[in-house]
Design a protein around this ligand. Structure first.
Ligand SMILES: C[S@@+](CC[C@H](N)C(=O)[O-])C[C@H]1O[C@@H](n2cnc3c(N)ncnc32)[C@H](O)[C@@H]1O
Length: 283
């Protein structure tokens, strides 16, 4: 008997198709796709469309445009940006947080008898960054952590990345950069020889899917610390400017914004005060 296999033809992307896709990616994701990325986009789209069962490029565009949930945009972001991250990446930021930002902000809050402290990790990816932030905060506060109403919101556009973050499970290689004392205190080994972040850390983090391109961010209260690192590298200057000014609105007075070390805000109109490389403060 002859076995027939269903093969989906490779997508051919016309100039017009590429422009439609590029405009959609620009307006909905803020990601600036250059002509050089056309080949990469086609390769990744072909792979994705085969898996998802789309037979034409137009079907896929229609799906993206009709989807109100935002899930399809997250999948698209996964195809064109990277979720690459690791524990205590750009570690100077974590040092600054515990040596300067936390003592300053929490000292002021304590003086006002407001024990309410909020952090936001705006491109949380697979969780290494938010867990690193929470560990830093818990290490700084020690036993007094319990007297604070402290929390961390971790957001990303990618549902897939957030699922990994929420699972809190990392392999040996991922945790290798964490000092052993901290690793043993905040993680436990699973039967499969992976490392699971402890429940008491996970409970303090709220994970949500959020597209940073939203013109209005859906918050009620400002944050004392915002980490928005290694995501603006994908955005063009007007998009970065809009985002940074939006972040400013949601930074509490005296609060800090941390961006990636390769994402200096020089040339970006914004009201933050420069503190040190990739660290800004709302005066
Ligand atoms: C390279 S990772 C950075 C992770 C972490 N912040 C770090 O510095 O290691 C970039 C993350 O940005 C997310 N991302 C890309 N575009 C986004 C958007 N428009 N809104 C929210 N997150 C976005 C990606 O899904 C990815 O997880």
């Amino acid at each position: 008997m002859e076995v027939q296999t269903l093969s989906i033809p490779q997508i051919k992307m016309t100039d017009k198709g590429f422009l439609t896709m590029r405009n959609l990616i620009q307006s909905r994701l803020g990601i600036n796709l250059t002509d050089q990325k056309r080949g990469l986009l086609i390769t990744r789209l072909n792979k994705y469309m085969k898996q998802a069962g789309f037979t034409t490029f137009q079907h896929y565009i229609d799906y993206l445009q009709d989807d109100q949930t935002g899930v399809s945009l997250g999948e698209l972001a996964d195809m064109i940006s990277t979720n690459h991250t690791y524990f205590f990446r750009e570690s100077k930021h974590f040092d600054f947080l515990s040596a300067t930002a936390l003592p300053q902000i929490m000292g002021q809050l304590r003086a006002q008898k407001i024990l309410d402290f909020r952090m936001w990790c705006a491109a949380a990816s697979t969780g290494e960054e938010p867990y690193g932030l929470m560990i830093t905060l818990m290490e700084y506060l020690g036993d007094t952590y319990r007297s604070w109403d402290a929390g961390l919101l971790a957001t990303d556009i990618s549902r897939e990345a957030l699922n990994v973050a929420e699972s809190g499970i990392y392999d040996e290689e991922s945790v290798a950069k964490i000092p052993i004392g901290l690793r043993n205190k905040y993680f436990s080994k699973t039967q499969e020889n992976n490392w699971l972040i402890n429940q008491f850390v996970r409970n303090e983090i709220t994970y949500r899917r959020l597209n940073l391109m939203r013109p209005e961010l859906p918050f009620k209260k400002q944050f004392h610390v915002i980490f928005c690192r290694n995501v603006m590298i994908y955005f063009d200057q007007p998009t970065i400017e809009r985002l940074v000014n939006n972040l400013y609105k949601w930074t509490a007075p005296g609060g800090y914004l941390f961006v990636g070390f390769s994402e200096s805000l020089s040339g970006i109109q914004n009201p933050y005060r420069y503190v040190s490389p990739a660290i800004y403060q709302k005066s």
